[in-house]
Write a protein that binds this ligand. Structure first.
Ligand code: NAP
Ligand code: MG
Length: 402
């Protein structure tokens, strides 16, 4: 078989620990034997980030803006322990945070569904994607404790020094107070990314806030979504046969649980934080969650939702066999290759990525899986395999499909 050619480079961001080991295995076993892999490689492994004073992270984000599609391995976000472990020059910031700030993106998280691993919510048949707004609200809050007898006010001063003032509360007894904000432009970017992603996935978009209680703050979110939808997306959604649907957050929660899935749920920052953990857990496993960062100008960065699986890595370093699930990392690769193929009009590449996804799902459905899934799967005659064997099993099924 002739190897598949790629016209435009894919931005490849390598990472840390067990996921770095898996990264190489995926390439060696499942990609390079079939594709003339054309990537622009950035090593975001913590050692190399430290050597380059984190320049490599910035460069990889700029390359993503240039080429349009990236695939990223999980990376360590350093803390005090990691400072000593890697003798770092500085406590470098989270690479995901840096990349997200440059691309101004929205993160979409989707579970990989396989037969035999039934969601805890029995009606869910299709994946539910959570889109989380990644700016402001409680994550950029200002808060204080308030003594009894104090008065708290909200004050906004314009550029000429004029004040707008509103009483928050007269504290007869001690309490707490918090100020939060958001920015129209950020909400607009979020809305555009959600509408575009819904069209890309051909799935309905739901959006929920608490606008009945927060009549200015949350209502602003609702209005911005509605305006952009009416102006730029209504006819596109109708042509695509999908729907945009706004509802209150509590109504959304009730509807999500009763639904059969297959839609995108856009959430404000805090709601998205909480609901993505709920959805991931209810679908079964963090190791089966994929994640894609989509910028308002249509740039895509694919990754797994989980971290570097540190505990497994230390086992691996001791020479012990590991049984680490590579599905989410593999789907980051197939997602990126499919997108690259679509943008470059390269149907052979898209077809290969789809077959690779099918082969990996079949592998699990036929009972061959890593340890994390064994306790969840209802398939009979399960066989738990090690990290590498799982990929080799996928390969044998891929070859049949090619
Ligand atoms: P983690 O790597 O997601 O792992 C947490 C636990 O979940 C693991 O110990 C493992 O449980 C299980 N798990 C996660 N992925 C798995 C997989 N693919 N296969 C099998 N089991 C899996 O989170 P963490 O241990 O909190 O974080 C480790 C490092 O990752 C940290 O340095 C953090 O900064 C980084 N991180 C990076 C990203 C990112 O780059 N996107 C995201 C999150 C965290 P058992 O050990 O019980 O088997
Ligand atoms: Mg969270």
């Amino acid at each position: 078989m002739q190897k598949i050619k790629m016209t435009t480079p894919l931005v490849e961001m390598d990472g840390d620990e067990m996921t770095r080991i898996i990264w190489k295995m995926i390439k060696d076993i499942l990609l390079t034997p079939y594709i003339d892999l054309n990537t622009e490689y950035y090593d975001l492994g913590l050692e190399h980030r430290d050597e380059t004073n984190d320049k490599v992270t910035f460069d990889s984000a700029y390359a993503t803006q240039k080429y349009g599609v990236a695939v990223k391995c999980a990376t360590i976000t350093p803390n005090a322990e990691r400072m000593t472990e890697y003798t770092l020059k500085e406590m470098w910031k989270s690479p995901n945070g840096t990349i997200r700030a440059i691309l101004d993106g929205t993160v979409f998280r989707t579970p990989i569904i396989v037969n035999g691993i039934t969601p805890f919510v029995s009606t869910w048949k299709k994946p539910i994607t959570i889109a989380r707004h990644a700016y402001g609200d409680v994550y950029r809050n200002v808060e204080m404790t308030v003594d009894s007898g104090c008065k708290a006010e909200l004050v906004v001063t314009d550029k000429d020094g004029n004040e707008k003032r509103e009483l928050i509360h007269n504290f007869k007894t001690a309490g707490i107070v918090q100020g939060v904000h958001n920015i129209d432009d950020s909400i607009k970017s979020f809305a555009i990314a959600c509408f575009d992603y819904a069209l890309d996935q051909k799935q309905d978009l739901w959006f929920s806030t608490k606008d009945t209680i927060s009549k200015i703050y949350d209502h602003r979110f609702k209005d911005i979504f509605a305006e952009i939808y009416e102006q730029d997306y209504k006819s596109k959604f109708e042509a695509c046969g999908i729907e945009y649907f706004y509802t209150l957050i509590d109504d959304a929660v009730a509807r999500v649980v009763r639904s059969d899935g297959g839609f995108i749920w856009a959430c404000k920052n805090y709601d998205g934080d909480v609901m993505s953990d709920m959805v991931a857990t209810a679908f079964g496993s963090l190791a089966m969650m994929t994640s894609v960062l989509v910028s308002p100008d249509g740039v895509y960065e694919y990754e797994a939702a989980h971290g570097t699986v540190q505990r497994h890595y230390y086992k691996h370093l001791k020479g012990e066999k590991t049984s680490t699930n590579s599905m989410a990392t593999l789907f980051a690769w197939t997602g990126a290759l499919k997108k690259r193929g679509e943008l470059d009009n390269n149907p052979v590449l898209v077809d290969f990525a789809e077959k690779l996804e099918k082969a990996s799902i079949t592998t699990i459905e036929e009972g061959i899986m890593t340890g994390d899934l064994a306790s969840l799967s209802t398939v009979e005659n399960k066989k738990v395999v090690d990290t590498e064997t799982f990929l080799v099993e996928i390969k044998s099924r891929l070859e049949k499909l090619l």
